[in-house]
Design a protein around this ligand. Sequence first.
Ligand code: CP
Ligand code: NVA
Length: 299
Amino acid sequence: MDFLTVGELGRDGLAEVLATAARVKRDRDSVKGSRAGLRVGLFFEKPSTRTRVSCEVAATDLGAVPLVLKQDEVGLGKRESVADVARVLDRYLDVLAFRVFRHGDLDTIAAHATSPVVNLLSDREHPCQALADLQTLAEHRPLDGAVVAYVGDGNNVCASLMIGGAATGVTVRVATPPGFAPDPSVVAAARAMAAAGVDVVVTEDPAAAVRGADAVYTDVWASMGQEAEAAERRSRFAAYRVDEALFGLAAADAIFLHCLPAHRGEEVTDGVVDHPRSRVFDQAENRLHAFKALLLHLT
Ligand code: CP
Ligand code: NVA
């Protein structure tokens, strides 16, 4: 199976991967070497720190062989068609993990490969991130019945969080400026996956989203590839910064989450990223455990 969108695992698959991620975090040695010789391709069309390193270390810990490929050498869709790159890499590799600009390229790769294809971030979703997000939330409180407020851009990270959250019993309340709400297809996917009692909320009011929430989440206002819009977005998003006052509206024990990298002083203040209840570095660590669990599930 592939993992292009977090919904692809289904509710049971998600629960299983999250349970495995918690187990391998507790006992790293228990799965050491369990995928000896598995060849894992990790392709990047844009920059990465967490994804590249956590996936490479996860594969290595399992005894697998990670191969990192960059766009400047492969020329996906430029030097060679996306379909032909997929056909070729499929002959060498057992897992094809890709970070791309266009989600449609992942569909093309999956259509021309027999090995599992994994989305390492596209313009539509960041499903590996959502696994780590949910693992981190589950370390704070049971997922079922939890409320997460996502404040900012209705982007790839938001989409995977909405869908993955809905599937695991988490109500995700999204607050974005006008014109930056998640795509209606994402809202529909989240509603279709929603466990009993889950509400999928999209609003333009950050305070309404955050009030009483168990976690507050934000991401950059301009994603990779949107740098030209950064100045315009800074003014459109100014009222959506997660600062101490907004974070203070959440539950008294609420945690702060961010996929990182953070643009400190833009979408979030230093005081919130560095708050005693910020869990952003646990989240980054959990990328490692979550990817290991995903590889164990897919292969
Ligand atoms: N959160 C995340 O995907 O980080 P990188 O872009 O550094 O991989
Ligand atoms: N939304 C961000 C996430 C980075 C991990 C981006 O796509 O650049």
